[in-house]
Design a protein around this ligand. Structure first.
Ligand SMILES: C[S@@+](CC[C@H](N)C(=O)[O-])C[C@H]1O[C@@H](n2cnc3c(N)ncnc32)[C@H](O)[C@@H]1O
Length: 267
């Protein structure tokens, strides 16, 4: 399905490459996000856009594999997630047409996914459909403009070299205040609440950070590998300079905008 879903094309990579680039942030984020969504033992939960399973693992730890379902349009990610989390029902599919039954879960979570979907309103309607009465939907997206240092610094370096670089702060939705909440409100969710969740990741050295971009993961990685050699070296040098030319290990912080909403009862 990867080739049919626009948002999944940039994730046609193997699980370890994704984990070195983004999983290093999404694993610690999963803990805070599952807390925010109120995931606790006894609930049935669905991980939409599960990727390699960073959030899926946190959900399994809380409710057991039998209580977790997951879906993603990227075939290598579905395989990686299934292999990592035996007993979890992982299906190939997209958020606009979730391949699970009406009223089948108590929580539906989408971590770092909404900004890739082609029809967010349809996705919110699908969240309503798969939830049981009074179930909770939660979604989060990086605050690209100021809260995700790794991507922000990459795009600033890229823009210095190539003013036409597709900075995700300009091209992506849902990273600003109130955006996910407005989507949930329009879909009829109630008791909507927002939060900012912060994580960080430590790199051994600059090469570890740069190698992540060279793996071609996500929009930043895809842009990086699309550059000619001269531009790519110039972006690397610009990023190195903007980071203060680190000689050893350093940490970068990241913040997501999260929102949750409760589904009403059946009318
Ligand atoms: C940044 S990754 C996040 C993966 C995982 N949730 C995590 O936190 O590590 C974005 C994911 O969204 C998936 N995706 C893209 N378009 C999608 C869509 N229309 N429906 C569901 N998932 C989608 C991609 O395949 C990818 O796995």
């Amino acid at each position: 399905m990867t080739d049919e879903v626009e948002g999944a094309r940039q994730f046609r990579v193997d699980g370890p490459a994704y984990d070195r680039f983004m999983g290093r942030y999404s694993r610690p984020l999963a803990r805070a996000f599952a807390d925010f969504a109120g995931v606790a033992a006894g609930l049935d939960v669905l991980d939409v856009g599960c990727g390699t399973g960073a959030l899926t693992g946190e959900l399994v730890a809380r409710v057991g594999p039998g209580g977790v379902r997951a879906v993603d349009p990227s075939e290598p990610f579905v395989t990686a997630c299934s292999d990592r989390h035996p007993g979890v029902e992982v299906r190939l599919g997209r958020a606009e047409a979730i391949p699970f039954a009406d009223g089948s879960v108590d929580r539906v979570l989408a971590q770092l996914v909404l900004h890739f979907v082609s029809d967010p309103s349809e996705v919110a309607r699908e969240f309503v459909r798969v939830l049981r009465p009074h179930g909770v939907a939660a979604a989060c997206v990086w605050d690209f403009a100021r809260g995700m240092q790794m991507l922000r610094m990459f795009w600033d370096a890229a823009l210095a070299v190539r003013p036409d670089a597709p900075d995700e702060a300009r091209t992506r939705r849902f990273g600003g205040p109130g955006e996910i909440a407005a989507l949930f409100d329009a879909a009829g969710f109630v008791e909507i609440e927002e939060a900012e969740l912060a994580v960080e990741s430590r790199y051994e050295d600059f090469d570890e950070l740069w190698d992540g971009f060279l793996a071609g993961v996500g929009p930043a990685g895809a842009f990086c590998v699309s550059l000619g050699d001269d531009d790519r070296v110039a972006v690397r040098d610009e990023l190195f300079s903007r980071l203060g030319e680190p000689t050893g290990s350093f940490a970068l912080g990241a913040v997501v905008r999260a929102a949750r909403g409760r589904r009403g009862g059946y009318s």
